[in-house]
Design a protein around this ligand. Structure first.
Ligand code: ADE
Length: 235
């Protein structure tokens, strides 16, 4: 899979060289590049924003550098069209099913906005372009970040761990979509490892019993109880 990220803070994305995503890049499962939006500016101050038409607080990212940067990216690729992902708090909510869908895409381009966001014509334009596979404006949750970079990190990690050859324990595509379905119904219960007693707290006996049937039933009950308590919106 090819992933490009465009941002005015390319250093923000350095975390992608670590851990699971970093290993996937090293292994050649993901071809990742981060691009500085300011490279597509031509004035002395490398300006990327301007005041909003109609008034209001803050600044809006100008369409020109975005158009130039995204066109250059598109031109660097072949036949297969990229999906343009624009992280924004006003987008559709990102979830496991979306990560699952995206893991089958060949090429994702993340356009990370700052300030009040990107001029709306950028999304409109790339949605009309037949050499792009679509535009998705996506939110990672109901809170406002200072920019799309942290959201892009979240989404890229969620997608990367689903790619074949990335997780140590190979998960099948069928199990992934099962996980996406499960996740919208329930959360996992508590988990334990050694030692059996820690600071006076014991691991539940049933987990030491070796009775697979009872263990499975206990885990189901714990999952249901925790879902009621932590996520009353599910199930
Ligand atoms: N940019 C700012 N806030 C965001 C959010 N919650 N999700 C995605 N992108 C964002």
């Amino acid at each position: 899979m090819r992933i490009d990220v465009v941002s005015i803070f390319p250093a923000y994305l350095e975390a992608l060289s670590l851990s699971l995503v970093g290993k996937a890049v090293e292994a050649g499962v993901i071809s990742l590049a981060v691009h500085d939006l300011r490279d597509a500016t031509h004035d002395r101050h490398r300006t990327v924003d301007d005041t909003p038409y109609g008034g209001g607080p803050g600044m809006v990212m100008s369409p020109e550098p975005w158009g130039e940067s995204l066109d250059a990216l598109r031109a660097s690729g072949g036949e297969a069209a990229p999906v343009l992902v624009i992280p924004t708090p006003s987008g559709v909510r990102f979830d496991q099913a979306m990560a699952d869908d995206w893991s089958a895409a060949g090429w994702l381009v993340f356009a990370c906005g700052r300030y009040e966001g990107i001029d709306a014509r950028v999304a409109d334009h790339y949605r009309e372009r037949s050499d792009w596979a679509g535009v998705l404006e996506v939110s990672i949750g109901d809170y406002v970040l200072a920019g799309g970079e942290a959201a892009a990190l979240v989404m890229i990690e969620a997608v990367a761990r689903l790619l074949p050859g990335v997780l140590g324990n190979e998960v099948s595509a069928r199990e992934d979509s099962f996980a996406a379905g499960e996740m919208s119904r329930r959360v996992e219960g508590p988990i334990y490892t050694k030692p059996p007693t820690w600071r006076g707290l014991d691991v539940p006996d049933v987990l030491m019993s070796g009775h697979h049937g009872r263990i499975a039933q206990w885990r189901r009950e714990q999952s249901e109880e925790r879902t009621r308590r932590m996520r009353p919106d599910l199930g």
